[in-house]
Design a protein around this ligand. Structure first.
Ligand code: C5P
Length: 206
């Protein structure tokens, strides 16, 4: 059983994915962490972000079991990830690892930008989780303030829009809902309500 969850940053797909994985006892992979890990490996090695050969080598060597969310959470790493995510050779290597993960039993929840369209187009349940840029920026901003970081709402909003543009306009695997994806707009919906909507769809497919 594969559950594919796509959508832009801060739409709530991570929380929703973890909640679904816990409910059904499925494995969960946040595929954004795989792009972040490659970006961070480049940065740590002192390589530039346009070094495709080095980026591909790091992608080939990715260890999904070793992904550390905390170490990869920095804003700069997310920005760098969206830059190396335009490279087809990097995507091919990471997609191979993601597909292997999706075969885990009894099931796997994968979240990202291209799970329903490219990584697992055969997934019986596909969700596209979204929210307005303003709502997503507000969530990011509140999170930053809560963790003691200095934040400026308008620059957070500008960053969200820039990341959206890079993810939707790239030539290889742009972010878009699969034709058979169910749209869940969390702009005015609690995570619990989103979970219940998802659960109804999953139960129908089991
Ligand atoms: O979701 P997260 O912010 O961790 O993702 C970081 C970046 O990795 C995204 O902005 C996107 O460019 C890239 N990404 C991707 N395909 C995925 C997951 C993430 O291109 N399946």
């Amino acid at each position: 059983m594969i559950i594919a969850i796509d959508g832009p940053a801060a739409a709530g797909k991570g929380t929703l994915s973890r909640r679904i994985a816990a409910e059904y006892g499925f494995h969960h992979l946040d595929t954004g962490l795989t792009y972040r890990a490659v970006a961070k490996a480049l940065i740590d090695a002192g390589q530039t972000l346009d070094d495709e050969v080095a980026a591909e080598a790091f992608a080939e060597g990715i260890d999904l079991a070793g992904l550390d969310r905390h170490a990869l959470s920095a804003h700069a790493v997310g920005e760098a990830a969206s830059r190396i995510a335009v490279m087809p050779a990097v995507r091919q290597a990471l997609v191979r690892a993601q597909r292997r993960f999706s075969e885990k039993t009894p099931g796997a929840v994968l979240d990202g930008r291209d799970i329903g369209t490219v990584v697992c187009p055969q997934a019986p349940v596909k969700l596209f989780v979204t929210a307005s840029p303003e709502v997503r920026a507000r969530r990011r901003f509140d999170e930053m303030v809560a963790t003691g970081q200095t934040a400026d709402f308008l620059s957070v909003l500008a960053d969200i829009r820039k990341r959206d543009a890079r993810d939707t306009e790239r030539a290889d695997s742009p972010m878009r809902p699969a034709e058979d994806a169910h749209l869940i707009d969390t702009s005015e919906m609690s995570i619990e309500a989103a979970f219940l909507a998802a659960k109804t769809l999953i139960d129908a497919a089991l």
